[in-house]
Design a protein around this ligand. Sequence first.
Ligand SMILES: Cc1ncc(COP(=O)(O)O)c(C=O)c1O
Length: 407
Amino acid sequence: MSNMDMKKMHFDTRAIHAGYHRDSDFGALATPIYQTSTFTFTSADHAMGVFSGQIPGYDYTRAGNPTIRVFEEKIAELEHGEDAVAASSGMGAISSTLLGLLHSGDHIVCGNTVYGCTDVVMREILPDFGITATFVDTADLAAVEAAITPNTKMIYFETPANPTLHVTDIAAVAGLKAKHPGIRVVVDNTFAPPPVQMPLTLGADVVVHSVTKYINGHGDVIGGVVVGTKDDIAAIRSRAVGKMTGTPLTPFCAYMIIRGMKTMGLRVRQHCENALALARYLESCPCVEKVYYPGLESMGADYEVAKRQMNGLYGGMISFVMKDGYNGHSAFDAAKKVMDAVEIPAIAVSLGDPDSLIQHPAAMTHVKVPKDVREQVGITDGMIRFSVGLEDVQDLIEDFRQAFAAL
Ligand SMILES: Cc1ncc(COP(=O)(O)O)c(C=O)c1O
């Protein structure tokens, strides 16, 4: 589809065709896997030209590879970014973004509810390199602004956040850049991948993803990606991911991800449809204290922002809190009983797979986050996080019905 203007195409067409120029050797329809560590040259001049950047080409897979490049161009197109760089994991993408764009003495304003490992990087690892973070509720614009210091270089957040599904207004935070030039807004968009939400179109500068989740979508790859301007991606690629610290994706994983992305629109829309139906059911259950899902009117201000920025789709993730004291069970015991009683979902971390996954954030994904910090943002012992899969939603509802009946 090399002659077509991708910008004029709709999401599903771009998800299938963007980034791939049909193989010129044999016409392969699927993207070939260039499973090679190094690349050969026809002459010394050719080699020197590629290494100096004067001749386009590849020299070594740590620094770039044609299969990986197809994925990078595809996701850049879907996120409306100028460029992208793939990493070996979501955490590789996040740490490379921080290493690539920040320097000793810099300060980050970070959302107070982020993935547990991101929290540890910000709280425990970056300070050793002279980079500090202040944690705030990024939905509270005044709190974000109050946390900005003269050396603040980045505002980093997830929306919806893991696991509370708390929503931050991306355009409003990006609006602060007018008053505070030199700050980049970085959004972890793992919970709301395109076509749900495109932060760069709302004023964010950089998007990071755990590709492990909805983008690959089949639970069989670990991968990450950063999308942004050509200059930012070049800095991240050269200072971190590829060339220097060396956490690139593998060509085989890139092939798997490209394959998964061809059905991304279909899959993600179905995850969202299932999640909304299940969230509404959970809300009606007397043993459930609170349901967190951005598509529910009961989410109040979060719902109002989500309506504006999530393209009428609200993602496939739900968290809910069991009612303390229901039939004599503590909320924690009830959460454990429900996790053991449901039959379709697997007890597992991760998300965005066809298979539904259920987990307990306080004891699993967020166990390393200090208890007081966890509880302050609502990650209580009675909370269950559910990645709504692509099973028939009636079967999922029936499964919860039987699990709740056993309480
Ligand atoms: C929101 C979010 N960001 C980043 C990550 C890290 O991704 P990975 O496991 O691919 O390193 C996760 C993992 O669960 C996540 O949920």
